[in-house]
Design a protein around this ligand. Structure first.
Ligand SMILES: *[C@@H]1O[C@H](CO)[C@@H](O)[C@H](O)[C@H]1NC(C)=O
Ligand SMILES: *[C@@H]1O[C@H](CO)[C@@H](O)[C@H](O)[C@H]1NC(C)=O
Ligand SMILES: *[C@@H]1O[C@H](CO)[C@@H](O)[C@H](O)[C@H]1NC(C)=O
Length: 220
C-alpha cells in the first residue's frame, strides 16, 4: 500500500515542478527599470537599448565591451538646451527618507560611467541607482522622458552638495541626505532612501521623510 502511494507521489512530483516552471513570461519592460539607449562600441551604426538599474546596465555594457569608456563612445556635449534646462530646476531638501552621502556619490559615478541616454516611461518613476539603503529615481510627470545620464549624475550630486548640510545635536555633520529636483512639470529626480529588494518601479513617495531613515536624518 505505502510503496505504491509513495511511488504515485514521486511520479507526480516532476509534473508539479514542470508546471511551475512552464510559463516563460516575456521580459516586462515596464517593470524593467531605466531604458538606456546608447552605443556599446564607438563604431556602432545603431544605438543599443538595455533595461535595468544603472548598475545592471553598466554590467551588461562591460560584458559586451570591457573597454567601454562612456565619454569616448557616447560623448555628451553640453548643449544650449541643457543650460536652459538647468535654470528651471528647483531643489527641495528632505522630501523622502534619507540616503547616505557616499552611496549617493557612488550612484552618480555609475550614471557617468554608463553615459548616453536614460529614459523613464510616461507618468512613471524608475529607480536609477541603488546601493545599500540609498537610491536615486527619475520620474516623468507627463510623457516619457529621456535625459542624458551625465546630466542626471550632476542633478543627483546636487542633493549631496546642497541639502542637509547642518549639524546634529552632537555637532556631527548630517550624514543622511534627501531631496528632489523638479523641472517644471516635466520630470523630477529624487535622491534618498532606496531598498534594492523592492521593485525598480517603486516610487520615492513610498518612503516619506523621515521614515526609518537608517542613514540618519537630514539636518538643515
Ligand atoms: C555599502 O556597501 C558597500 C559594499 O557594497 C560597503 O563596503 C559599504 O560599507 C556600505 N556602506 C554603508 C554605509 O553601509
Ligand atoms: C518616448 O517613447 C517613444 C516610443 O518609444 C519614442 O519614440 C520617443 O523618442 C520617446 N520620447 C522621449 C523623450 O524619450
Ligand atoms: C563637516 O562639514 C564641514 C563643512 O562642510 C567639512 O569641512 C568637514 O570636513 C566635515 N566633517 C566631516 C567629519 O565630514
Amino acid at each position: 500500500m505505502l510503496p505504491s502511494s509513495l511511488l504515485a507521489f514521486v511520479a507526480a512530483l516532476p509534473t508539479v515542478v514542470m508546471a511551475a516552471a512552464l510559463p516563460e513570461l516575456p521580459h516586462d519592460v515596464s517593470e524593467g527599470g531605466i531604458k538606456w539607449t546608447g552605443k556599446i562600441f564607438k563604431d556602432d551604426k545603431k544605438p543599443t537599448v538595455l533595461y535595468g538599474e544603472i548598475e545592471d546596465i553598466l554590467d551588461q555594457i562591460l560584458a559586451l565591451n570591457p573597454n567601454y569608456v562612456a565619454s569616448e563612445v557616447n560623448p555628451d556635449p553640453e548643449t544650449a538646451q541643457s543650460a536652459l534646462q538647468r535654470r528651471v530646476e528647483t531643489l527641495t531638501c528632505a522630501t523622502m527618507a534619507t540616503g547616505g552621502q557616499y552611496d549617493i556619490t557612488a550612484g552618480a559615478d555609475h550614471l557617468v560611467s554608463v553615459g548616453a541616454q536614460c529614459e523613464t516611461p510616461a507618468k512613471q518613476c524608475r529607480r536609477m541607482t541603488c546601493k545599500n539603503t540609498t537610491g536615486s529615481y527619475l520620474c516623468s510627470e507627463g510623457n516619457n522622458i529621456s535625459l542624458s545620464c551625465n546630466s542626471l549624475a550632476r542633478i543627483v550630486r546636487r542633493v549631496n552638495t546642497d541639502c542637509c548640510n547642518g549639524k546634529d545635536k552632537y555637532g556631527s555633520n548630517s550624514s543622511g541626505k534627501s531631496g528632489h529636483i523638479y523641472n517644471d512639470r516635466i520630470w523630477s529626480v529624487w535622491v534618498g532612501y532606496g531598498n534594492c529588494g523592492h521593485s525598480s518601479s517603486s516610487r520615492p513617495t513610498d518612503y516619506p521623510y523621515p521614515g526609518g531613515s537608517p542613514n540618519g536624518v537630514c539636518q538643515n
